[in-house]
Design a protein around this ligand. Structure first.
Ligand code: ATP
Ligand code: MG
Length: 252
């Protein structure tokens, strides 16, 4: 289609961005993202005109002090939150302004989230928590259970199938959360402080899990304020006051 014939600015933008995505093998294209939080008369600009391109199989660490806006940025990239301005393409889909239902389906299949506070469903067992996204995706009960058992073994919790979240340690809950993030085999893994509040030994285990995930050619973005996972990354982005202030590329 010739560009002159397109009248809608969004369509022109879309063609330009999709060309860029294809030319550079991008899995995420975030352009000029801004996000404000308004509390009364007070506005916090949590993300300030941020652009980020992420290629397939990139392992990106976003580091920066508390309040820098790392969680907000991850939520925008993952489609858990929408920007005030700017646009996000993820896996070739323009997720900004998608209807909530389409967005939820997109996230379910394409993005695995790992949260700082694990966000497990308290009334479901470890196994059921991992089965839940597969149930939403329409897998049979048998498939859900088999994959959940495999994933529990992968995260070293084969013996904890029937445990409820409150019966698991922090590190075990996080491992269940990682297994849940992998349930639908998403291309993109977004993790927010995955080793915060976790003892050293489990952190090492989690680092090895991320190494495995990386070997599976997933695209991984981790927000963190410690340096613990940094050795795995090929890109280290320093984030401060809602902006990218530095980026280091590591040849691996
Ligand atoms: N729901 C919200 N309502 C109002 N302000 C918020 C909200 N969420 C975040 N903020 C503000 O936005 C800014 C960025 O917060 P964000 O949680 O993204 O930072 P962060 O880099 O993830 O910090 P941390 O390392 O402590 O997790 C902070 O100033 C915070 O107070
Ligand atoms: Mg945060």
């Amino acid at each position: 289609m010739e560009r002159e014939f397109l009248e809608e600015p969004q369509e022109i933008e879309e063609i330009d961005f999709l060309e860029e995505i294809k030319a550079n093998n991008l899995i995420i294209l975030a352009n000029a993202l801004t996000k404000d939080y308004e509390i009364g008369d007070f506005i916090v600009r949590a993300v300030d005109n941020v652009s980020l391109r992420v290629k397939e199989s990139d392992f990106v660490i976003i580091k920066g002090p508390s309040g820098a806006g790392k969680t907000t940025l991850l939520n925008l990239i993952g489609g858990l939150d929408s920007p005030k301005s700017g646009v996000v393409y993820s896996n070739m889909v323009r997720i900004t302004n998608l209807q909530e239902e389409s967005l939820a389906t997109f996230r379910l299949i394409n993005v695995g989230f790992i949260f700082q506070n694990y966000n497990l469903i308290s009334t479901l067992t470890a196994e059921e928590n991992i089965m839940f996204p597969m149930k939403l995706a329409g897998l049979s009960l048998k498939e859900q259970r088999e994959r959940a058992v495999d994933l529990l073994k992968k995260v070293g919790l084969g013996e904890r199938r029937e445990h409820l979240p409150f019966q698991l340690s922090a590190g075990e809950q996080q491992r269940v959360a990682i297994a849940r993030a992998l349930a639908n085999n998403p291309e993109i893994i977004l993790a927010d402080e995955p080793t915060a509040n976790i003892d050293k030994e489990t952190s090492v285990f989690i680092r090895d899990l991320f190494k495995d995930i990386k070997q599976d050619k997933k695209t991984i973005i981790i927000a963190t304020h410690d340096d613990f996972l940094i050795e795995l990354a090929n890109r280290i982005i320093s984030f401060e006051d809602g902006k990218i202030i530095k980026e280091e590329i590591v040849e691996i």
